[in-house]
Design a protein around this ligand. Sequence first.
Ligand SMILES: Nc1ncnc2c1ncn2[C@@H]1O[C@H](COP(=O)(O)OP(=O)(O)OP(=O)(O)O)[C@@H](O)[C@H]1O
Ligand SMILES: [Mg+2]
Length: 230
Amino acid sequence: MISAVRVEKEYHLGETIVRALAGVSAEIEEGEFVVIIGPSGSGKSTLMHLLGALDRPTRGSVLIDGKGISMFDDYELAAVRRNLIGFVFQTFNLIPTLDSLENVLIPAQNSQGALGAAEHRAIKLLKEVGLSDRMHHKPGELSGGQRQRVAIARALINNPKIIFADEPTGNLDSATGKQIIDLMKKLNKTDGKTFVIVTHDLGLLEHATREIHLFDGKIVKDVKRRAREK
Ligand SMILES: Nc1ncnc2c1ncn2[C@@H]1O[C@H](COP(=O)(O)OP(=O)(O)OP(=O)(O)O)[C@@H](O)[C@H]1O
Ligand SMILES: [Mg+2]
């Protein structure tokens, strides 16, 4: 579905070059629940940004459904992202002045179709993530776990095939974090959504159907396995 082929990423900071990824190849397949793990600075977020087409590699290629993203201009790439990919971040990235429903609707604004249909879908998604009674609360009126649920509903609004989550439980206590993981697992199992989750949390590994370990910008371990039943 999405693959990285010998990707390298360098950041230029004045005279110095930071090599964030030093030749990484991986293919994400439909239905997987992938956990990317590794120490701080090992290149996890950089890899996620490249696989999610938020950024382009310095060398190597990223393929989405077999097509190299270098073929797309920024406008086309934004359309690919909007239709295929959802993103969830550690800090939720919700707009404080908008309520849950409005936040979920943000990515739908530029897509095809009537807003009425999008609104119905947003309501359905907020119910699905357990927020039927929080549709008109603003982020400041929600708990951390509830905010992350809004962010997950927002990631799902355009019915993407794949969701990338960068430290989705990083700002949550462990019980709330577990609920968020359970929600993502459920979306993976019942709706067949593919997940790629970046984390420091070793506890998430037990849920993974695949674990990718990064160290110093390289993959040092990439194993697939059946998730342990819980
Ligand atoms: N925009 C940038 N400009 C310069 N260097 C960067 C930039 N983004 C990341 N880096 C560097 O690239 C390397 C990889 O960063 P990355 O954010 O991918 O790490 P990470 O594994 O996600 O770390 P963490 O667990 O702390 O989030 C780090 O050394 C970082 O300092
Ligand atoms: Mg990171």
